[in-house]
Design a protein around this ligand. Structure first.
Ligand code: NAD
Length: 478
């Protein structure tokens, strides 16, 4: 019989109404489980639990809060293999990458715990005699964390760890596509001594559970990772209560390859950045601008990589580069974008259609040349294993085309010339630029997009402080 999960609210797994959502394995189509589609009253119970728990949590020394994060991290490591298996089954991630995600999640909890002794305010010079001005950083209160499906487990830590170490309580809503790993996280967390109500988990659809969370008056910060359309909607909904938002949205990362680049490094890094997680990553290379002199050699190298790509059901094999796409809509969108690109005059070098493996939502790894800046394939997020390439005649042209985008999350450049690399750094209007390496951020950096890629960011010191608000104290002594 299909298991039905229970929400985790106020330190207990509880029944929450009869509405449920089915969770599928995208590699087989099998229903894995049912999870609650939580309504507004359930969401309110979770928010109120967080609200009750938060003051005592805030009072604890930060180093004690950090201890809780470390104990959760240890639990995750104890169960690292089974956690990876859950991600493989519900998200379709290959086994190695799912394992990296679990291990990185545990490391991230530890990393944020390290900040406990480094949370600092400021002492500001006063204009008055014997006055002292202190700027303190304090928790916001109740944080709502709304997650996407593409790195579902890591995204829990990216919200929970900075929220908790700074003294907030949190309510998490995982994506309806991938909630099972979040329930596994809650089950392990429940085995630790974390005070009840500090972490709560409610599952459900965006229009029901998500909507109730983002319009709740007692939520102080909505930290959301997902699509631009949903981010824009959430920002409007948050406007009702003037709730703070932190939005990590979509990208359309350009990779610039100059004629002087090491093309073996460039091809491997761009390929890795494109097929990782079956192309379903916000910061992975979505479009290439290559200088004319390197075009043929780059395409040859990329084509070899694309043709050698192994894909299929990641539960069945551990030697794959890619699994399926997350759902039928995602697969149909990728297929439609490639068809449109062909009609617009682009040429498919390899791949170019849905892959029939008997089951699962697979798309052939696809390399496209003759792309132009007016094509949707060069302007809209594909979120699949499809790489379009456009020829340019100069670095300046590549930078101008890269910047001519409504999004600005990540970018990369491949060159042996330090001057060209630094010109790109000066002129690219993106939150991140990778030079001669694949697109993948570090936990101590700051992952933040420009334009419609988001508001605020995550990771490192700057990401941590997004979970705090300031309190300035003027102390007059005699
Ligand atoms: P999505 O916007 O469809 O869903 C994300 C979450 O929002 C889900 O939990 C969903 O249930 C919820 N949601 C939907 N409607 C809602 C509403 N009205 N109110 C509240 N919540 C609602 O995104 P997705 O398909 O899960 O994720 C893919 C997108 O995420 C891509 O565009 C990708 O680029 C982006 N992404 C960005 C980053 C980043 O760091 N910038 C990281 C990962 C993914």
């Amino acid at each position: 019989m299909t298991k039905t999960y229970q929400n985790y609210i106020d330190g207990a797994f509880v029944d929450s109404g009869s509405a449920t959502v089915d969770v599928f394995n995208p590699a087989t189509g099998a229903v894995l489980a049912k999870v609650p589609d939580s309504d507004a009253s359930t969401v309110d119970a979770a928010v109120q639990a967080a609200r009750r728990a938060q003051p005592a949590w805030e009072k604890k020394p930060a180093i004690e809060r950090a201890g809780h994060l470390r104990r959760i991290a240890a639990k995750l490591r104890e169960h690292r293999t089974e956690l990876a298996g859950i991600i493989v089954r519900e998200q379709g991630k290959i086994q190695q990458l799912a394992q990296v995600e679990v291990d990185f999640t545990a490391d991230y909890m530890d990393y944020m715990a390290e900040w406990a002794r480094r949370l600092e305010g400021e002492v500001i010079t006063s204009d008055r005699v014997n006055e002292h001005i202190f700027l303190m950083r304090k928790p916001i209160g109740v944080v709502a964390g709304i997650l996407p499906w593409n790195f579902p487990f890591f995204l829990i830590a990216r919200k929970v760890a900075p929220a908790l170490v700074t003294g907030n309580a949190i309510v998490i809503k995982p994506s309806e596509e991938t909630p099972l790993n979040a329930f596994a996280f809650a089950e392990l967390l429940a085995e630790t001594d974390l005070p009840k109500g500090v972490f709560n988990l409610v599952s459900g659809l965006g229009r029901s559970t998500g909507e109730a969370l983002v319009t709740h008056n007692d939520v102080g910060l909505i930290t959301f990772t997902g699509s631009i359309a949903t981010g824009s909607h959430i920002m409007q909904a948050a406007g009702r209560n003037l709730t703070r938002v932190n939005l990590e949205l979509g990208g359309k990362a350009p990779a610039i390859v100059l004629a002087d680049a090491d093309l073996d490094i460039a091809a491997k890094a761009i390929y890795d950045s494109r097929v990782i997680n079956t192309g379903q990553v916000c910061n992975c290379a979505e479009r290439v601008y290559v200088e004319r002199g390197a075009h043929e050699a780059l395409v040859d190298r990329l084509a070899k990589h694309f043709k050698a790509t192994q894909y299929g059901d990641p539960s069945a094999r551990d030697d794959l580069h890619m699994g399926p796409l997350i759902n039928q809509a995602g697969l149909d969108k990728v297929a439609a974008m490639v068809e449109q690109a062909k009609r617009d005059g682009a040429t498919v070098v390899t791949g170019g259609q849905k892959a029939d493996l008997g089951q699962g939502l697979h798309y052939e790894p696809t390399l496209i040349v003759d792309a132009r800046e007016d094509m949707d394939i060069m302007r809209k997020e594909i979120f699949g294993p499809v790489l379009p390439i456009q020829v340019v005649d100069s670095l300046e042209e590549a930078i101008a085309l890269s910047n001519d985008s409504e999004v600005g999350l990540t970018s990369s450049i491949f060159t042996r010339n330090i001057n060209s690399a630094m010109q790109a750094v000066r002129e690219l209007r993106f939150g991140e630029t990778y030079i001669n390496r694949e697109h993948f951020e570090a936990m101590q950096g700051f992952h933040a997009g420009r334009r419609k890629s988001g508001i605020g960011g995550a990771d490192g010191k700057h990401g941590l402080y997004e979970f705090t608000e300031t309190h300035v104290v003027y102390l007059q002594t005699t």
